[in-house]
Write a protein that binds this ligand. Structure first.
Ligand SMILES: [Fe+2]
Length: 239
């Protein structure tokens, strides 16, 4: 599904498999990249989506991982096995991905599945800018959902897109390394930045407008975890 020029969504719970988080294909002047890649269950359909857009997965250079969870990076080992695709991600989620930690990757506890371990080829650091010619990706370390969670500020010639992944509306559990105080700081940081469009990990395919309002709404609802009487996020998240 085309989102912007040379920027596509190739995975989601409706595009590929119900387990899958959002994943994106970037056609840059420096080659093809994925942001996240979904699960093994959605792998074949993800490949079909890439092919239907006219791209060859053998040309993929790297998966830029937002964090070490099964629904975002469970298929990374398959991409590496089949196409030699590298995996880039933040150091603080590296161990769980390289060891296939059943709990911290959420594979066993949420999906009843196995996270195939995958070696990380490059570590992403906060503030790092990946200049791909027609696109520049700035890595924003936004811990909270997991300690190694990153958001990505994707800058094209016309606009800036926030890929927030599970830093927005992700689940909270100490078992997966969630940290409430760090998460608040991360949300404050995103609220203080300017974006034209955004996406997050579990939403309908597409990009959200009115980003400042939506980020502020997310920030203010963060403490909802303390009150079981509030409506859940899915009910609140309407436009
Ligand atoms: Fe997650």
């Amino acid at each position: 599904m085309k989102l912007l020029n040379r920027f596509y969504q190739v995975s989601s719970s409706t595009l590929t498999h119900s387990f899958d988080a959002s994943a994106y294909l970037l056609d840059t002047d420096e080659g093809l990249y994925l942001i996240d890649c979904g699960t093994p269950e959605g792998y074949a359909k993800c490949l079909a989506n890439i092919g239907s857009l006219g791209y060859d997965p053998r040309q993929l250079k790297a998966i830029i991982g937002t964090h070490g969870h099964y629904d975002h990076l469970g298929a990374a080992a398959l991409f590496k096995r089949d196409f030699g695709t590298q995996l880039w991600m933040h150091a603080l989620d590296r161990v769980q991905v390289e060891s296939g930690d059943a709990i911290k990757t959420t594979a066993a506890i949420l999906y009843g599945s196995v996270f195939t371990p995958c070696l990380v080829d490059r570590l992403l650091t906060d503030g790092e800018r990946l200049n791909f010619g027609n696109m520049e990706l700035q890595i924003l370390h936004t811990p909270g959902h997991t300690l190694g969670s990153v958001s990505i500020s994707l800058k094209t010639s016309r606009m800036v897109v926030l890929i927030a992944a599970d830093t927005l509306y992700g689940g909270f559990s100490p078992r997966i390394g969630s940290d409430e105080e760090l998460w608040k700081i991360s949300l404050d940081r995103l609220c203080g930045m300017n974006f034209d469009l955004m996406s997050f990990g579990h939403c309908s395919p597409g990009l959200v407008t009115d980003v400042a309002t939506r980020l502020d709404c997310a920030r203010r609802s963060f403490a909802i975890y303390y009150n079981p009487w509030f409506k859940d996020f899915a009910q609140q998240y309407t436009y």
